[in-house]
Design a binder for this molecule. Sequence first.
Ligand SMILES: Cc1ncc(COP(=O)(O)O)c(C=O)c1O
Length: 383
Amino acid sequence: MSQFRIKAPPLSQLQTHRSEKWREFPADVLPLPVAEMDFPVADPIRNVLLEMVAKSDLGYLGPIPELPVAFGSFAKKRWNWTLDPEQVRIATDVGVAAVEVLRLVTSPGDRVLINTPVYHNFANWIKEAGLELVDVPFHQVGQKWELDFSLIEQAYKSDIKVHLLCNPHNPLGRTYSPNELLEFATLAKKYEVVIISDEIHGPLTYQEATFTPFLSLGSIAEEVGVTITAASKAWNIAGLKCAIIVSQNSNMDAVLSRLPVATHYRASLLGAFATVAAFADGEEWLDAVMIELDSNRNLLKRLLVEKLPQVGYELPQMGYLAWLDFSDYAKSRPAHLMLTKGKVAVNPGSSFGPNVEGFVRLNFATSPEILTNAIERIVVALK
Ligand SMILES: Cc1ncc(COP(=O)(O)O)c(C=O)c1O
């Protein structure tokens, strides 16, 4: 259990930040869309960056055996996943990792499956790689979001080459059970589909839920799967640019060995050593952040129950992105109303897929004061 609390600084300080979250909107807008957290960076990361800058150690990224070892120990401790560090590769970010792996395992025009509503860049990556997107959307059962495996099988049968899986799922905030993942793996083997599992949010899973790394599920998953992930979401270092690509099967390793050599050194030296610090020494900070996020996801629940009781909100099992159903207040474009009338920026549901126009995604990785203020502004905007 963590000994210290992590607090977001006051709004006036956050407004001096140079990142997208704090530059995209005018100063009178509370920015709660971009997936960045407002918390001070973990000391082990700060220290390695300060040391490298002080020494002017700012060249290209070369060999970094520390990274697979640090990720492997973290994965073992956190998820009981024993992985072969020889099959851990580096890329600039998860987006680059996805596009490079897609290019390797497909031919132009091949079909790639996603499950909307999902992180909007999945569609962009597929387009960037010159591929065709196929969607088997989630459907809602009560407040839960489920997939129909007969539709997944039908899609796999129809010449899908890759299934891009968001594990755990942004924006639905849901983990997959081992059984669900094994079902994907079994079907993928049967129909020769490659599963690319984007696990960037995995370390942010709350205590009551279980995140299962796809490649931890044994030989069938290892045969069909490639994991793309990073420390960037959980330790809030997206600007440092470093991600990892993991395989655990000799055939898949041979495929990935054809990645462009530059994929490695297009990641940043600072990012790679910050990633080592995160996985090797960043657990105490991560645990403290999870306490703060847990408190905020519940604060959001209380605020909504009190002020906007018709909003649909299932506590997320991971991460800091709340998926909120505002259909009872605004059938379409609630995010637009919030921005124009309330000066609160959130992501419109429609950016994650079709048929979710009444939803928004709200980032609660901030202070309780900013979160409370945002909900007060939204109440006014919806009046
Ligand atoms: C599921 C998912 N994958 C990837 C990313 C972005 O990763 P990167 O900045 O490393 O491309 C995000 C960012 O929010 C995300 O939610």
